[in-house]
Design a protein around this ligand. Structure first.
Ligand code: GLP
Length: 241
């Protein structure tokens, strides 16, 4: 596990965004795992700028997003689908049929989980998985638990997660359930880049980098992955020894 510390979220966005663009230029049919939240926005801004400058094309790229809310129309402005359309997909030349999300409204979650796993496998697996981290150490929506999960599943969101995200929901109550790629799905990515910025992530980062591997801190599993790099600003790194 490599830990890199930078002066700002913007610089991290440039560094991580460049890694994605370089990978896509070397492997035009790349398969990318993407995350939502505030943290990845500088990375997506950099990627969109590189595309606008004609430095990279996503026309043969396939993407898989980590998670999506349940009981929320896909086009609702607070869905993770809308977040990705607004922050990245509407700004690059990715084909709509190559954008993949878990269906938060699937009647049969088990079948949806299998569908997603098969789609990822058919795409050759995820080359680079981008992750953020929740204040409680969740990755995707894998919340603290008594076990690590494997494939995608439906999760009841914790109060901490609902509190952190409900500020964005002003027309309807925030969903209390989501569907998320499991820890196993995430760990099967060939390379993982985790970004954390701000004071609110410092404890989760300390627990992940210096703590034990436990499902009570889901991100800690990353210590068992062969190719993980964690990008931190000074605030998120502030509790590390
Ligand atoms: C949400 C998402 C995670 C994300 C986390 C942190 O719960 N499901 O994928 O990493 O929140 O979000 P932010 O980057 O806005 O702090």
């Amino acid at each position: 596990m490599n830990v890199l510390i930078y002066d700002s979220a913007e610089v991290i966005g440039q560094v991580v965004g460049k890694l994605f663009c370089d990978h896509v230029n070397n492997a035009p049919k790349a398969c990318l795992g993407l995350a939502t939240g505030v943290t990845p926005i500088p990375t997506y801004n950099y990627i969109a700028e590189e595309y606008a400058k004609g430095k990279v094309s996503f026309s043969n790229v396939t993407t898989f997003n980590l998670d999506e809310y349940c009981d929320l129309p896909r086009e609702h402005r607070n869905s993770f689908y809308s977040f990705m359309m607004d922050n990245l997909f509407s700004k690059i030349d990715i084909k709509p049929e190559n954008i993949n999300f878990l269906d938060g409204n699937a009647a049969d979650v088990e079948a949806e989980s299998r569908r997603y796993a098969q789609k990822i496998e058919a795409a050759g697996g995820i080359d680079i998985q981008l992750l953020g981290i929740g204040r409680n150490g969740h990755i995707g929506f894998n919340e603290p638990s008594d076990k690590f999960t494997d494939e995608a599943f439906k999760v009841k969101l914790t109060d901490s997660t609902i509190e952190a995200n409900s500020v964005f929901f002003d027309d309807i109550p925030m969903p209390h359930f989501a569907i998320t790629m499991g820890i196993g799905s995430i760990m099967r990515a060939k390379k993982i880049l985790l970004i954390a910025t701000g004071e609110s992530k410092a404890q989760a980062i300390k627990n992940t980098v210096e703590g034990e591997v436990t499902p009570q801190n889901p991100a800690s599993i990353l210590n068992q992955h062969p190719d993980v790099t964690i990008y931190l600003d000074r605030a998120a790194a502030s509790l590390l020894k």
